[in-house]
Design a protein around this ligand. Sequence first.
Ligand code: PMV
Length: 313
Amino acid sequence: MGKGSGYGKVILFGEHFVVHGVPGIVSATDAKTDSEVKKTAQVITITDERKGSKGYAEEKKLQQIESIQRMLKAMGMNPQTSMSIWIGGDLPGFSGLGASAASSVAIARAISEEFGLNLPDERINEVAYEAEKAYAGNPSGIDNTAATFGGFMWFKKNTAGGPDFVERISIREPVEIVICSTGKVANTKAMVEGVAERKKQNPQKYDPMFKRAEEIAAEGKKALETGDIKKVGELMNENHTILQGIEVSSKELDLLVDIARKEGALGAKLTGGGGGGCMVALTPGKELQEKVASAMEKEGFQVLRTKVGVQKQ
Ligand code: PMV
């Protein structure tokens, strides 16, 4: 049997904009998706035991099957190769946390081990990028990169097609965050396509927001590296406003952002594809993290208490 894992991720700055070559800042979560793969005599079977939003696994099923076909092709294997695939782990199946990329990396690693391919991380990352196309259409690559390598990073897609630009970010101390799921499963592909279409139709409105997103990422990196956490929070708030501007937020995400800010979070924004999915709030210190997280739980939402900037073990 082959085994593998992939990290989840939380985007602090730049989702959607990264697809178009604007830099983004992403932290892998310590929660992971695990996979086990075994050669079998007939067909491909998938057993998905991830916890998370109701309906996540069912709604993503067709995209998941396509992603595995793409993955096998990218590995130079016959897409009909029979195997049983199990997926589990402690990363919840919430939209926005890079769960699809985490599962693609986990499955690719498990297949690589079971079939003796010995793929290095760079190849696993490329294979997972191909798999991500099934879920995101035209992905930036930020999710599979974080899922493969882990850690905290600055990511800029190479829109000309060469290698992406990735730089590790180090901060003095890991900072507590709260991730909260709206409970709504989102279709990343439709969200990414919607932004591209509206950007094309309305460049006067969209171009200034893309420019500001680029500045926010650069200012965010500086604030993180100098330990100016208050500034990081302010920039996250501003990033949420421009995400509302490009029409990827939702009533539920705006509600979660409001609750987080009222409870004292230094900043809050949607994270990932939006249109449902998750919100991230910056809540330095265990006490503030608990206050924000429990306020959301009281409203019936599922939360994940974690940190950004934890060095990869
Ligand atoms: O919702 P998620 O976890 O799939 O994140 C999508 C992030 C986007 O920037 C919207 C798309 C991408 O490929 O970067």
